[in-house]
Design a binder for this molecule. Structure first.
Ligand code: GLU
Length: 310
Protein backbone atom coordinates (compact mmCIF):
# COMPACT_ATOMS: atom_id res chain seq x y z
CA UNK A 1 0.00 0.00 0.00
CA UNK A 2 1.31 3.41 -0.94
CA UNK A 3 2.12 5.78 1.95
CA UNK A 4 -0.46 8.42 2.94
CA UNK A 5 -0.86 11.41 0.66
CA UNK A 6 1.00 14.54 1.78
CA UNK A 7 0.33 18.21 1.02
CA UNK A 8 3.49 18.41 -1.08
CA UNK A 9 2.37 15.44 -3.17
CA UNK A 10 -1.09 16.92 -3.63
CA UNK A 11 0.50 20.18 -4.80
CA UNK A 12 2.67 18.22 -7.28
CA UNK A 13 -0.41 16.45 -8.71
CA UNK A 14 -2.19 19.81 -9.02
CA UNK A 15 0.82 21.30 -10.81
CA UNK A 16 0.69 18.50 -13.37
CA UNK A 17 -3.05 18.93 -13.94
CA UNK A 18 -2.73 22.73 -14.26
CA UNK A 19 -1.42 22.25 -17.80
CA UNK A 20 -4.92 21.11 -18.80
CA UNK A 21 -6.81 24.24 -17.76
CA UNK A 22 -6.38 25.73 -21.23
CA UNK A 23 -7.84 22.66 -22.93
CA UNK A 24 -11.49 23.57 -22.31
CA UNK A 25 -13.90 26.49 -21.99
CA UNK A 26 -15.88 28.01 -19.13
CA UNK A 27 -19.67 27.49 -19.29
CA UNK A 28 -21.16 30.48 -21.07
CA UNK A 29 -24.84 29.54 -21.35
CA UNK A 30 -25.32 30.93 -17.82
CA UNK A 31 -23.83 34.43 -18.41
CA UNK A 32 -22.58 34.87 -14.83
CA UNK A 33 -20.48 31.68 -15.09
CA UNK A 34 -18.75 32.99 -18.23
CA UNK A 35 -16.93 35.55 -16.05
CA UNK A 36 -14.75 32.86 -14.40
CA UNK A 37 -11.01 32.74 -15.05
CA UNK A 38 -10.48 29.38 -16.84
CA UNK A 39 -6.92 29.07 -15.47
CA UNK A 40 -8.05 28.33 -11.90
CA UNK A 41 -7.60 24.93 -10.28
CA UNK A 42 -8.05 23.97 -6.64
CA UNK A 43 -8.34 20.74 -4.67
CA UNK A 44 -9.10 19.70 -1.10
CA UNK A 45 -9.01 16.21 0.36
CA UNK A 46 -10.84 15.48 3.61
CA UNK A 47 -9.95 12.38 5.65
CA UNK A 48 -12.06 10.44 8.19
CA UNK A 49 -10.07 11.92 11.12
CA UNK A 50 -11.17 15.40 9.99
CA UNK A 51 -7.76 16.45 8.65
CA UNK A 52 -7.65 18.17 5.30
CA UNK A 53 -5.04 18.74 2.60
CA UNK A 54 -5.49 21.47 0.02
CA UNK A 55 -3.65 22.94 -2.96
CA UNK A 56 -4.23 25.63 -5.58
CA UNK A 57 -7.26 27.96 -5.62
CA UNK A 58 -8.79 26.63 -2.43
CA UNK A 59 -10.64 29.71 -1.23
CA UNK A 60 -12.41 30.54 -4.49
CA UNK A 61 -16.16 30.24 -4.14
CA UNK A 62 -18.18 28.69 -6.95
CA UNK A 63 -21.72 27.37 -7.34
CA UNK A 64 -22.65 23.73 -6.91
CA UNK A 65 -24.70 23.54 -10.13
CA UNK A 66 -25.32 19.84 -10.80
CA UNK A 67 -23.51 18.72 -7.65
CA UNK A 68 -26.65 19.97 -5.86
CA UNK A 69 -28.61 17.17 -7.56
CA UNK A 70 -27.12 14.70 -5.06
CA UNK A 71 -28.35 16.72 -2.10
CA UNK A 72 -31.85 17.46 -3.39
CA UNK A 73 -32.14 13.73 -4.11
CA UNK A 74 -31.09 12.94 -0.54
CA UNK A 75 -33.79 15.21 0.90
CA UNK A 76 -36.42 13.91 -1.56
CA UNK A 77 -35.61 10.29 -0.60
CA UNK A 78 -35.66 11.08 3.12
CA UNK A 79 -38.99 12.91 2.86
CA UNK A 80 -40.82 10.65 0.40
CA UNK A 81 -39.14 7.24 0.36
CA UNK A 82 -37.74 5.32 -2.60
CA UNK A 83 -41.06 4.12 -3.99
CA UNK A 84 -42.46 7.63 -4.45
CA UNK A 85 -39.24 9.04 -5.89
CA UNK A 86 -38.49 6.22 -8.32
CA UNK A 87 -42.06 6.11 -9.60
CA UNK A 88 -41.32 9.57 -11.00
CA UNK A 89 -37.65 9.39 -11.95
CA UNK A 90 -35.62 6.44 -13.23
CA UNK A 91 -32.29 4.83 -12.35
CA UNK A 92 -30.63 4.52 -15.76
CA UNK A 93 -27.84 6.49 -17.47
CA UNK A 94 -28.96 8.34 -20.59
CA UNK A 95 -25.98 8.65 -22.92
CA UNK A 96 -27.38 12.12 -23.77
CA UNK A 97 -26.27 15.60 -22.66
CA UNK A 98 -27.44 16.71 -19.20
CA UNK A 99 -30.07 19.10 -20.56
CA UNK A 100 -31.44 16.86 -23.31
CA UNK A 101 -35.19 16.66 -23.81
CA UNK A 102 -35.38 13.88 -26.38
CA UNK A 103 -35.98 10.85 -24.13
CA UNK A 104 -38.74 12.59 -22.20
CA UNK A 105 -40.84 12.15 -25.31
CA UNK A 106 -39.55 8.89 -26.76
CA UNK A 107 -39.64 6.84 -23.54
CA UNK A 108 -43.12 5.48 -22.92
CA UNK A 109 -43.37 6.43 -19.24
CA UNK A 110 -42.10 9.98 -20.01
CA UNK A 111 -40.13 9.60 -16.78
CA UNK A 112 -36.71 11.33 -16.72
CA UNK A 113 -34.15 8.52 -16.91
CA UNK A 114 -32.28 9.52 -13.73
CA UNK A 115 -32.10 12.30 -11.09
CA UNK A 116 -28.65 13.52 -12.23
CA UNK A 117 -29.88 15.03 -15.52
CA UNK A 118 -31.71 18.34 -15.49
CA UNK A 119 -35.15 16.84 -16.18
CA UNK A 120 -34.72 14.36 -13.32
CA UNK A 121 -33.47 16.99 -10.90
CA UNK A 122 -36.36 19.33 -11.75
CA UNK A 123 -38.76 16.44 -11.05
CA UNK A 124 -36.91 15.85 -7.73
CA UNK A 125 -37.17 19.57 -6.82
CA UNK A 126 -40.93 19.17 -7.24
CA UNK A 127 -40.90 16.44 -4.58
CA UNK A 128 -39.18 18.47 -1.85
CA UNK A 129 -41.72 19.30 0.81
CA UNK A 130 -41.80 22.40 2.98
CA UNK A 131 -44.08 25.24 4.01
CA UNK A 132 -42.89 27.56 1.27
CA UNK A 133 -40.06 27.93 -1.19
CA UNK A 134 -37.60 29.26 1.41
CA UNK A 135 -38.36 26.34 3.67
CA UNK A 136 -37.84 23.93 0.75
CA UNK A 137 -34.51 25.59 -0.05
CA UNK A 138 -33.45 25.48 3.60
CA UNK A 139 -33.98 21.71 3.83
CA UNK A 140 -30.96 21.36 1.53
CA UNK A 141 -29.00 24.40 2.78
CA UNK A 142 -29.28 23.41 6.44
CA UNK A 143 -28.03 19.90 5.73
CA UNK A 144 -25.06 21.25 3.75
CA UNK A 145 -24.17 23.75 6.49
CA UNK A 146 -24.17 20.97 9.09
CA UNK A 147 -22.25 18.52 6.90
CA UNK A 148 -19.49 21.06 6.21
CA UNK A 149 -19.51 22.88 9.55
CA UNK A 150 -19.81 26.05 7.46
CA UNK A 151 -22.88 28.10 8.47
CA UNK A 152 -22.07 30.75 5.83
CA UNK A 153 -23.05 28.57 2.85
CA UNK A 154 -25.79 30.37 0.92
CA UNK A 155 -27.16 31.08 -2.56
CA UNK A 156 -25.15 33.27 -4.93
CA UNK A 157 -27.89 35.71 -6.00
CA UNK A 158 -26.09 36.89 -9.15
CA UNK A 159 -25.71 33.33 -10.51
CA UNK A 160 -29.29 32.49 -9.49
CA UNK A 161 -30.69 35.55 -11.33
CA UNK A 162 -28.45 34.91 -14.32
CA UNK A 163 -29.67 31.32 -14.69
CA UNK A 164 -33.30 32.19 -14.01
CA UNK A 165 -33.33 34.80 -16.77
CA UNK A 166 -31.74 32.53 -19.39
CA UNK A 167 -33.17 29.09 -18.60
CA UNK A 168 -35.44 28.48 -21.56
CA UNK A 169 -34.24 24.90 -22.00
CA UNK A 170 -34.94 24.05 -18.35
CA UNK A 171 -38.35 25.74 -18.67
CA UNK A 172 -39.10 23.52 -21.67
CA UNK A 173 -38.10 20.42 -19.67
CA UNK A 174 -40.25 21.46 -16.71
CA UNK A 175 -43.35 22.20 -18.82
CA UNK A 176 -42.92 18.86 -20.56
CA UNK A 177 -42.76 17.13 -17.18
CA UNK A 178 -45.88 18.97 -16.11
CA UNK A 179 -47.72 17.93 -19.25
CA UNK A 180 -46.87 14.27 -18.67
CA UNK A 181 -47.97 14.40 -15.04
CA UNK A 182 -44.50 13.78 -13.55
CA UNK A 183 -44.40 17.30 -12.15
CA UNK A 184 -47.51 18.17 -10.18
CA UNK A 185 -46.25 21.31 -8.44
CA UNK A 186 -46.22 24.87 -9.83
CA UNK A 187 -43.72 24.96 -12.72
CA UNK A 188 -42.15 28.40 -12.14
CA UNK A 189 -41.89 27.83 -8.40
CA UNK A 190 -40.26 24.41 -8.90
CA UNK A 191 -37.79 25.87 -11.39
CA UNK A 192 -37.04 28.69 -9.00
CA UNK A 193 -36.15 26.15 -6.31
CA UNK A 194 -34.04 24.15 -8.76
CA UNK A 195 -32.11 27.31 -9.81
CA UNK A 196 -31.49 28.18 -6.18
CA UNK A 197 -30.15 24.69 -5.40
CA UNK A 198 -27.80 25.01 -8.40
CA UNK A 199 -26.64 28.46 -7.20
CA UNK A 200 -25.56 27.38 -3.70
CA UNK A 201 -22.04 28.71 -3.30
CA UNK A 202 -19.22 26.58 -1.87
CA UNK A 203 -15.44 26.12 -1.85
CA UNK A 204 -13.45 22.96 -2.56
CA UNK A 205 -13.08 22.49 1.20
CA UNK A 206 -16.87 22.43 1.56
CA UNK A 207 -17.36 19.83 -1.16
CA UNK A 208 -14.49 17.71 0.20
CA UNK A 209 -16.38 17.61 3.54
CA UNK A 210 -19.60 16.67 1.74
CA UNK A 211 -17.75 13.93 -0.15
CA UNK A 212 -16.35 12.60 3.13
CA UNK A 213 -19.87 12.31 4.61
CA UNK A 214 -20.91 10.27 1.56
CA UNK A 215 -17.71 8.22 1.87
CA UNK A 216 -18.73 7.47 5.48
CA UNK A 217 -22.24 6.33 4.44
CA UNK A 218 -24.04 9.46 5.67
CA UNK A 219 -22.32 10.24 8.97
CA UNK A 220 -19.84 12.78 10.28
CA UNK A 221 -17.07 10.41 11.40
CA UNK A 222 -15.86 12.92 14.00
CA UNK A 223 -19.11 13.39 15.88
CA UNK A 224 -21.04 10.29 14.83
CA UNK A 225 -23.91 12.53 13.70
CA UNK A 226 -25.99 10.91 10.98
CA UNK A 227 -27.27 13.21 8.22
CA UNK A 228 -29.09 10.61 6.11
CA UNK A 229 -29.55 6.82 6.11
CA UNK A 230 -26.83 4.50 4.84
CA UNK A 231 -29.21 3.22 2.16
CA UNK A 232 -29.65 6.76 0.81
CA UNK A 233 -25.85 7.21 0.72
CA UNK A 234 -25.55 3.92 -1.16
CA UNK A 235 -28.10 5.04 -3.78
CA UNK A 236 -26.34 8.40 -4.25
CA UNK A 237 -22.89 6.86 -4.63
CA UNK A 238 -24.27 4.44 -7.20
CA UNK A 239 -25.76 7.32 -9.19
CA UNK A 240 -22.42 9.12 -8.94
CA UNK A 241 -20.75 6.12 -10.59
CA UNK A 242 -23.36 5.53 -13.29
CA UNK A 243 -24.46 9.11 -14.09
CA UNK A 244 -22.36 11.57 -12.04
CA UNK A 245 -20.07 12.75 -14.81
CA UNK A 246 -22.81 13.32 -17.40
CA UNK A 247 -22.45 11.21 -20.55
CA UNK A 248 -18.77 10.68 -19.77
CA UNK A 249 -19.55 8.59 -16.67
CA UNK A 250 -18.45 5.30 -18.25
CA UNK A 251 -15.11 6.69 -19.33
CA UNK A 252 -14.58 8.29 -15.91
CA UNK A 253 -15.43 5.00 -14.18
CA UNK A 254 -12.74 3.23 -16.20
CA UNK A 255 -10.09 5.98 -16.05
CA UNK A 256 -10.62 7.18 -12.47
CA UNK A 257 -12.97 4.68 -10.79
CA UNK A 258 -14.24 6.93 -7.98
CA UNK A 259 -17.89 7.91 -7.34
CA UNK A 260 -18.05 11.60 -8.37
CA UNK A 261 -20.49 14.32 -9.35
CA UNK A 262 -19.58 17.33 -11.44
CA UNK A 263 -21.25 20.68 -12.09
CA UNK A 264 -20.97 23.19 -14.93
CA UNK A 265 -19.36 25.82 -12.70
CA UNK A 266 -16.33 23.50 -12.67
CA UNK A 267 -16.75 21.67 -9.37
CA UNK A 268 -16.33 17.93 -8.87
CA UNK A 269 -17.26 16.26 -5.58
CA UNK A 270 -15.73 12.80 -5.25
CA UNK A 271 -15.72 10.19 -2.51
CA UNK A 272 -13.51 7.19 -1.91
CA UNK A 273 -15.59 4.94 0.36
CA UNK A 274 -14.33 5.07 3.98
CA UNK A 275 -11.08 6.76 2.92
CA UNK A 276 -11.65 10.35 1.80
CA UNK A 277 -13.84 13.04 0.30
CA UNK A 278 -12.33 15.12 -2.51
CA UNK A 279 -13.39 18.55 -3.77
CA UNK A 280 -12.03 19.94 -7.03
CA UNK A 281 -12.67 23.25 -8.81
CA UNK A 282 -11.52 23.98 -12.35
CA UNK A 283 -13.97 26.04 -14.44
CA UNK A 284 -12.50 25.15 -17.82
CA UNK A 285 -14.88 22.43 -19.10
CA UNK A 286 -14.75 19.79 -21.81
CA UNK A 287 -17.58 19.47 -24.34
CA UNK A 288 -19.58 17.21 -21.96
CA UNK A 289 -19.53 19.80 -19.16
CA UNK A 290 -16.82 18.31 -16.91
CA UNK A 291 -13.75 20.17 -15.60
CA UNK A 292 -10.89 19.12 -17.90
CA UNK A 293 -8.09 19.73 -15.41
CA UNK A 294 -10.29 18.45 -12.56
CA UNK A 295 -10.69 15.07 -14.27
CA UNK A 296 -6.97 14.94 -14.98
CA UNK A 297 -6.18 15.71 -11.34
CA UNK A 298 -8.52 12.99 -10.09
CA UNK A 299 -7.12 10.48 -12.59
CA UNK A 300 -3.55 11.17 -11.41
CA UNK A 301 -4.53 10.92 -7.74
CA UNK A 302 -6.49 7.73 -8.30
CA UNK A 303 -3.70 6.03 -10.22
CA UNK A 304 -0.90 6.99 -7.82
CA UNK A 305 -2.78 6.29 -4.59
CA UNK A 306 -4.91 3.40 -5.88
CA UNK A 307 -8.22 5.08 -5.07
CA UNK A 308 -10.37 3.30 -7.69
CA UNK A 309 -13.17 1.20 -6.22
CA UNK A 310 -13.30 -1.44 -8.95
N1 GLU B 1 -27.94 24.91 -13.39
C1 GLU B 1 -27.42 24.14 -14.47
C2 GLU B 1 -28.50 23.86 -15.48
O1 GLU B 1 -29.60 23.59 -15.10
C3 GLU B 1 -26.86 22.87 -13.93
C4 GLU B 1 -26.20 22.07 -14.98
C5 GLU B 1 -25.03 21.28 -14.53
O2 GLU B 1 -24.27 21.67 -13.67
O3 GLU B 1 -24.90 20.21 -15.12
O4 GLU B 1 -28.27 23.86 -16.65
Amino acid sequence: MKEALTGTQLQAVLNQALAYTDKGKVAAYIPELAKEDPGQLGVSVCFPDGTMLSAGNVDVRFTLQSISKIFSLIIALCQNGQKHVFERVGKEPTGDPFNSIIKLETIKSHKPLNPMINAGAIAVAGMIQGENIDDRLNRVLDMLRKMTGNPAICVNEAVYCSEKSTADRNRALAWFLKDSGILTTDVEETLDLYFRYCSIEVSVKDIAHMGMVLAADGIDVQTGERFFPEEVARICKTFMVTCGMYNASGEFAIDVGIPAKSGVAGGIMACVPHRMGIGVFGPSLDEKGNSVAGIKLLALLSKEWKLGIF
